[in-house]
Ligand binder design. Sequence first.
Ligand SMILES: O=C(O)C1=C[C@@H](OP(=O)(O)O)[C@@H](O)[C@H](O)C1
Ligand SMILES: C=C(OP(=O)(O)O)C(=O)O
Length: 447
Amino acid sequence: MTNSSVIKPLIVSFLPTPLNGKINVPGDKSISHRALMFAALATGESHITGLLEGEDVMQTAAAMQALGAQPKRIAEGEWHVVGKGIGQLTEPEDVLNMGNSGTSARLLSGILASHGFLSIMTGDGSLRKRPMKRVTVPLSETGAKFATRDGGKLPMAIIGTDHAKPVTYRLPVASAQVKSSILLAGLNAHGVTCVEEPVATRDHTENMLRHFGVKIDVEDLPEGGKKISLKGPVTLQGKDINVPGDPSSATFMLVAAAMIKGSEICIENVGLNPLRTGAFDVLKWMGADLKILNERIEGGEPVGDLVIKAGALKAVDVPAAHAPSMIDEYPILSIAAAYATGVTRFRGLEELRVKESDRFTSIVEMLRGNGVQVDIDGDDLIIHGTAGNIPGGGVVVTHMDHRLAMSASILGLVAQKSVNVDDITFIRTSFPNYFPLMNVLGAKFDL
Ligand SMILES: O=C(O)C1=C[C@@H](OP(=O)(O)O)[C@@H](O)[C@H](O)C1
Ligand SMILES: C=C(OP(=O)(O)O)C(=O)O
């Protein structure tokens, strides 16, 4: 199901008792999407463990199946994929529905650009508002043709080509989805595909392509950022992949435990790719007692266990350059900032406007609607901390945005008056067992 027909509101009240315990969060969403896509493009079979079975990733699985690969669920989080090989996907019989998932839509567009058949892609009411031109413009240089609604929105028709030309492109926005989309088109293009990113973004595509046996060159640019190139066409060899816990999901629990007096929790086996852990730095800058234990490398990605204890939080000034490494964490960090003492400034948040909702505006509405003063200065958010006294008492409109819904639920646990979250259904897109896990820690959500 992609369009939520049933809306589920939730009223959340102050939690007077601490959070405690040890949990594992589900697999990383970014890595899970890539694991299914790359396994489908590989020659041979791949075995995936720890796969996130949230709705977004399940849309990717369904799309790869519709394109002729055979992803099969064996047990919880354990999947077996029979790949088709590069250039060997087959024309889908029906529209590919990407649901709420920008990553599925953008990355798959790249794959489809260099396959010589027609595909039609759509998404839910949130995804149909999100910009696709950021991928269709560079991907058109392969020779593929794109027809979109309303100047660059889904639904979109893609006429791919078996004779894709390699693209050279400098990203105008810091986006791992755009970077990945171009690199994936390059897998079946003849010649060198080259992407320059002015600021480094998550590099799971690069890491996992290497894991599947693709030679990929990454250079640091003298002015900052990176240049990534690969020479196509390539062959991917089926592999085993173990997906680490999602650091973006873990951050919800970390922020809750940092704020709720007397709490101490441990989250095991969390991905610690340095291009994903900006929020952990920010929590430490805010004075949170956060420790990373048992750091190790698993399946080419760093992982570790996170231990956090509640304590006083202070305001922070987060530079724009930090945004790509914590881009999905601003909604929950905005709650930490509202709870902290002092005035926090988050700089350079323009990319927040094109997520599942316009998160820039959604955050402002969530906080102001619950008695927190927020100022806006261009693309910067300025949050006036309440020193632990968030008034609450408001309604949070979540706009089909899972991260807004989870953030609002945590706001309710620490606010003085109950918070009414208008719809929690979209949480299933990235974190299906969010409420049960929070309740294991002692959150007492009444669903
Ligand atoms: O590549 C990815 O897996 C993602 C990249 C980010 O999007 P952008 O590339 O649009 O910044 C992030 O917000 C999204 O949740 C996942
Ligand atoms: C932005 C997100 O995902 P996507 O772009 O894949 O919809 C997210 O999970 O916060």
